[in-house]
Design a protein around this ligand. Structure first.
Ligand SMILES: [Zn+2]
Length: 262
């Protein structure tokens, strides 16, 4: 059965969350979640995902976990931005969480921290536990991430779209790793066939290669029975395979769209 993932962008609407440095937590969390959703869609299969709120939508805390519970989500991920003048990344699971939720925390925490560190040194504030409402009231494995501080120098990263994207994608990878989601087979378009030359030939009996398409041409080499060559040109009975060989000694297999006069 498809795994169900509920994404929860912290705050929103009449509850903007923390604000500083021209940034609002509700907007950052929604961006991170949207990047996570897009990344999962693009790279994995066998899952369904929902988001607790849209843009400028207000949810009470109770609203947040209700849908996840009634839908039967397997994983609940609540994304937040920290405030209070510190620095770094931390994640939370509930005080009473068991081994499964610890595994979720390990997967997401490690992916997100690694992604942040590609943008510069990032303090690991740790894999923590707390009695947060959304962690307590959700019936499934649930994690809450605090992605840097909105009111410290961390804000420089939070102003960078590439950073938010990387953090969102890391959340998605962490969840995918935890759930063991199969990777999507990325379908490569078949390369446009660009056959070389006008066809191929197979040597039927040993013969010589001449420098011109006539019997008077100088012999420059020889070909052996069974050898195969790409044919670049044809002139009145002679095939050019680099030098010229006479048609009686070879079998010519033209490319589909090539016609030659015998
Ligand atoms: Zn928050």
């Amino acid at each position: 059965m498809a795994k169900k993932i509920m994404w929860d962008p912290g705050h929103g609407g009449s509850d903007p969350g923390a604000a500083a440095n021209g940034l609002q937590e509700e907007h950052l969390t929604l961006k991170i979640v949207n990047y996570a959703v897009e990344y999962l869609k693009a790279h994995y299969t066998d899952f369904e995902q929902r988001v607790t709120r849209g843009h400028e939508q207000t949810l009470t805390l109770t609203n947040r976990d209700d849908e996840a519970d009634s839908w039967g989500a397997n994983v609940f991920v609540s994304v937040h931005i920290n405030a209070g003048g510190g620095s770094g990344f931390e994640s939370y699971i509930h005080n009473n969480s068991g081994a499964s939720t610890v595994a979720l925390q390990n997967a997401v925490h490690n992916e997100v921290l690694a992604a942040m560190r590609r943008f510069g040194s990032t303090i690991d504030r740790g894999k923590k536990r707390a009695d947060f409402f959304v962690l307590r009231e959700t019936n499934m494995d649930a994690i809450l991430t605090e992605n840097l501080f909105i009111d410290s120098n961390d804000a420089n990263h939070l102003k960078t779209e590439a950073f938010l994207k990387a953090v969102g994608e890391a959340h998605a990878r962490g969840v995918a790793i935890f759930l063991g989601l199969p990777s999507k087979q990325v379908s490569q378009p078949a390369p446009l066939s660009q056959p070389q030359g006008i066809g191929n030939l197979k040597v039927l009996e040993n013969t010589v290669i001449r420098d011109r398409p006539v019997y008077l041409g100088n012999i420059t080499g020889q070909v052996k029975t069974g050898d195969q060559y790409i044919v670049h040109d044809y002139q009145t009975g002679w095939f050019n395979i680099g030098g010229w060989v006479y048609k009686n000694h070879v079998q010519f297999i033209p490319h589909d769209d090539v016609k030659i006069s015998k």
